[in-house]
Design a protein around this ligand. Structure first.
Ligand SMILES: Cc1cc2nc3c(=O)[nH]c(=O)nc-3n(C[C@H](O)[C@H](O)[C@H](O)COP(=O)(O)OP(=O)(O)OC[C@H]3O[C@@H](n4cnc5c(N)ncnc54)[C@H](O)[C@@H]3O)c2cc1C
Length: 293
């Protein structure tokens, strides 16, 4: 199903995001995870595009496998990093010919150690330009874009960030998938500000269950989300007990998701980190039962 159709139907749009593993054992774990999670009938499984374009071919291959072998819709993430306009179009053509009908259109991050994003010669500078390129060349493609409830770290002001999001929507994005967050208040304020700015596409909260204390530092270095002191405190107090950390993380995510559902979100996008255990517990608790398949 195209992203443009998912949220129109009125049914809740569950989506899960995976990344291309680096080795065979990672592949095996990913496929076990996917087999478990597709039973919850996600609207799509999305596959990231590695930093610096490192997984360019793998992203298409995995999306192909997800569609052909697991019979689930795939969404391919795609960034502007390191590619000319022609190379971007070539990749999109390949994706389209592989039967991929949805793209998560992103700018990509600057390389490690650099603060600003420098586009390739003849390439694109912003995700809004990528959305335009996709719409011009592949008008039927479903397009998702990134949104930042706690503001993108490079944005000059929150207002400038919102104006950028509006540009992405005006260029043809069908839905907005947010950066992960742990405090729902940020999401509610963001949704409100989007509405005031005339951004009228579905806004899908991005959820990452934190089930290990040792991951907190890494996640904090990846994004600028606020970690609620209560969650950090509870995980810290259970530092020596992995099982307890898992339970705390799952319990927090269930409560966070239930509150968002009560607040009327049209779907949820889970950063599953190629593992199924926590998501299965959360999906079951939210009443999204597995099918027999
Ligand atoms: C759901 C989701 C999935 C992701 N998947 C991937 C992935 O697969 N691979 C990957 O490498 N990264 C991924 N990312 C990370 C993303 O690439 C980074 O957050 C990146 O830094 C910004 O990408 P963007 O598409 O939001 O960029 P943009 O929308 O282009 O924004 C980047 C910055 O530029 C500013 N800006 C935009 N337009 C203008 C303008 N005209 N003038 C001035 N400033 C402007 C924005 O405010 C923002 O600060 C993902 C993020 C999310 C939320």
């Amino acid at each position: 199903m195209r992203i443009s159709e998912i949220y129109r139907s009125g049914t809740f749009g569950l989506s899960v995001e995976i990344f291309p593993p680096k080795n065979e054992s990672g592949d095996a774990e990913l496929f076990r995870t996917l087999e478990e999670l597709v039973r919850y009938k996600p609207a799509f499984v999305s596959c990231t595009y590695g930093a610096g374009g490192s997984t360019s071919k793998r992203t298409i291959e995995l999306c192909n496998t997800i569609q052909k072998d697991l019979h689930s819709t795939a969404t391919a993430h795609f960034t502007c990093v390191g590619s000319t306009r022609e190379q971007l179009v070539d990749w999109l053509k390949e994706a389209s010919e592989a039967g991929i009908g949805n793209i998560m259109a992103l700018r990509g991050d600057p390389p490690k150690g650099e603060e600003t994003f420098i586009p390739a010669d003849g390439g694109l500078k912003y995700a809004s330009e990528l959305v335009t390129l996709i719409r011009e060349n592949f008008p039927e493609m479903g397009i998702g874009v990134a949104g930042y409830p706690e503001v993108h770290p490079e944005a000059l002001t929150p207002q400038a960030d919102l104006e950028n999001l509006k540009r992405k929507v005006d260029a043809g994005a069908d839905a907005i998938y947010t950066q992960l967050f742990f405090n729902n208040q940020h999401f509610y304020r963001f949704r409100e500000r989007c509405a005031q700015a005339g951004i009228d596409r579905p806004i899908i909260p991005g959820i990452m269950p934190i089930t290990e204390y040792r991951r907190i530092q890494r996640i904090m270095s990846m994004c600028s989300s606020e970690f609620p002191a209560e969650l950090v405190g509870r995980l810290e107090a259970a530092q020596d007990d992995l099982e307890a950390q898992f339970e705390i993380g799952v319990e927090y995510a269930i409560a966070q998701c239930q509150e968002l559902i009560d607040a009327g979100v049209p779907g949820m996008h889970f950063y599953v980190l190629n593992r199924s255990q926590a998501c299965k517990r959360i999906f079951d608790a939210l009443g999204w039962h597995e099918s027999e398949a």
